[in-house]
Design a protein around this ligand. Structure first.
Ligand SMILES: NC(=O)C1=CN([C@@H]2O[C@H](COP(=O)(O)OP(=O)(O)OC[C@H]3O[C@@H](n4cnc5c(N)ncnc54)[C@H](O)[C@@H]3O)[C@@H](O)[C@H]2O)C=CC1
Ligand SMILES: CC(=O)N[C@@H]1[C@@H](OP(=O)(O)OP(=O)(O)OC[C@H]2O[C@@H](n3ccc(=O)[nH]c3=O)[C@H](O)[C@@H]2O)O[C@H](C(=O)O)[C@@H](O)[C@@H]1O
Length: 420
């Protein structure tokens, strides 16, 4: 980089913004990192944060030494990149865009002619060209003449964020017919994937349909699992055989869909319309899986009243510590409602302090329980030994929602194993 390289202000330093700011700084840019949360800012200034991603710690520390400055106010910069939350307000049935608006106001206060503003948060189609544009134009500058306003969705997979941030293809789109070349140049400078261009609304839409596609496909797998159960068939065997067809690729059934994005983003497509039917139904199918898990357990144990049950895995998917929208909590609530007396939760990746709930070690969780439910597909669970369970459990029921255990081996060891 040279002295003439642009400065970049990243607004929001969470799961997306912090790796983004660090990657930009490590690529040689001068980066201001602004987060609205003062505690998070002061932790970051000390190099401390509780976002767990492979290599992120080292990467952020390196950036903080050279290039990334955590600031208590947004700063003037040639590029503003906005990575703030966009939660879905289920009571109002719409996306909460207040954080995007607040960030837009902060950008407007620092905006100069010629700057580029890029929204990276996931939003309903039309947000950048509508709400965000209105807010940023309060600066007195126009998005079609004086500055460039654009959108570029983030598609990183939690657990593999740093790699995907640098390697995934990207889409960049602008509003007001502005050229995309400066956005392309920015991302091209640190991304090895292809950079595609569109208008901002198309770029917003593409992000949403990617996650709705995955949600819908997982729902299909989950529905197949329920049907297979009904017909007394092994769902995994049937799916593996169906997938031998050259144009069939059914995903893996499981305990439901968790995470910060896939259960939420498809809802953004309903914005100002009532068209989605398939997408909404897929949501309901996936949201119904924790109930199906509870039904499997009830069928195996009879009455759940007074039972002790261990839930293996709290994170929403294997190999991560993220518990946002995790099916484990929904399963736990459902089992308690059905009368389960004692529920033990265990997870090798999650800390009790982070979730405000006491977690047990794997061994403790199994002591004298009537049943164990494997919820999260943590890689470690593939190597579980039936002997450890037999030595500790008082019952012999295992519900394996991820089909990770070798049924024959566990049944030979005396367990009744039920798979989703
Ligand atoms: N977590 C993920 O893996 C992915 C998230 N996304 C999307 O990216 C966006 C951000 O998500 P996350 O990083 O996960 O959220 P997050 O909650 O981890 O981080 C957001 C950060 O923004 C800060 N913030 C809130 N208002 C602010 C403001 N006005 N100015 C500056 N900072 C502000 C918060 O204090 C927080 O630290 C969301 O729209 C999300 O849907 C997209 C792809 C992947
Ligand atoms: C289209 C797509 O693959 N989107 C990714 C997704 O990340 P996320 O970790 O939420 O996705 P995931 O690995 O499919 O997991 C979602 C949930 O679905 C479950 N799951 C996943 C695949 C499967 O066959 N069966 C299944 O039950 C997982 O256990 C998890 O609970 O959402 C991210 C996001 O938008 O935040 C996005 O950036 C990622 O690229």
């Amino acid at each position: 980089m040279t002295d003439t390289e642009p400065r970049i202000c990243v607004h929001g330093l969470g799961y997306v913004g912090l790796p983004t700011a660090a990657v930009l700084a490590n690529s040689g840019y001068e980066v201001y990192g602004f987060d609205a949360d003062p505690d998070h800012r002061s932790d970051l200034m000390k190099g401390s944060f509780d976002i767990e991603e492979p290599d992120l710690d080292r990467f952020v520390r390196r950036a903080l030494k050279d290039g990334l400055r955590i600031v208590s106010q947004p700063q003037e910069a040639e590029f503003h990149v906005i990575c703030v939350p966009t939660p879905y307000d289920k009571d109002l049935d719409r996306t909460d865009l207040s954080y995007v608006e607040a960030a837009g106001e902060a950008v407007a206060a620092e905006l100069r002619e010629g700057d580029v503003v890029i929204l990276s948060s996931t939003v309903p189609p039309g947000t950048t060209a509508g709400r965000l544009r209105d807010v940023v134009e309060r600066s007195g500058l126009s998005a079609s003449e004086d500055f460039v306003l654009g959108y570029s969705p983030e598609t990183v997979l939690p657990g593999n964020t740093l790699t995907e941030l640098r390697e995934n293809d990207r889409i960049v789109g602008t509003v007001g017919g502005q050229p995309t070349d400066r956005l392309v140049a920015l991302y091209d400078s640190f991304v090895s994937g292809d950079i595609r261009t569109a208008d901002a609304t198309t770029a917003e839409f593409v992000k949403l349909i990617q996650n709705a596609y995955r949600d819908t496909n997982i729902a299909f797998a989950n529905e197949i699992a329920k049907l297979a159960h009904e017909f007394g068939i092994d769902s995994r065997e049937a799916i593996a055989m169906a997938n031998e067809h050259p144009r069939v690729e059914i995903l893996r059934p499981g305990p439901g869909v968790g995470g910060h994005c896939i259960p939420i983003d498809p809802l953004f497509l309903n914005h100002n319309n009532d068209i989605p039917m398939l997408i909404e139904t897929a949501r309901r199918v996936n949201d119904g899986m924790p109930e199906f898990v509870a039904e499997l357990l009830s069928a195996a144990l009879g009455d759940l009243e007074g039972m002790r049950v261990a839930l293996l895995g709290v994170a929403y998917k294997g190999g991560v510590s993220d518990v946002r929208e995790t099916p484990s909590f929904v399963i736990a609530e459902g089992l308690l409602e059905r009368g389960v007396d004692e529920l033990r939760l265990t997870d090798p990746y999650v800390n009790s302090d982070d979730i405000g709930y006491e977690l047990s070690s794997l061994e403790e969780s199994l002591d004298e329980v009537d049943a164990a439910v494997l919820v999260t597909d943590h890689p470690e669970y593939g190597a579980l030994s039936p002997q450890t369970f037999a030595d500790r459990m008082s019952g012999d029921v295992i519900v394996d929602t991820r089909a990770m255990l070798d049924m024959d081996r566990w049944e030979a060891a005396g367990f009744d194993v039920y798979q989703v």
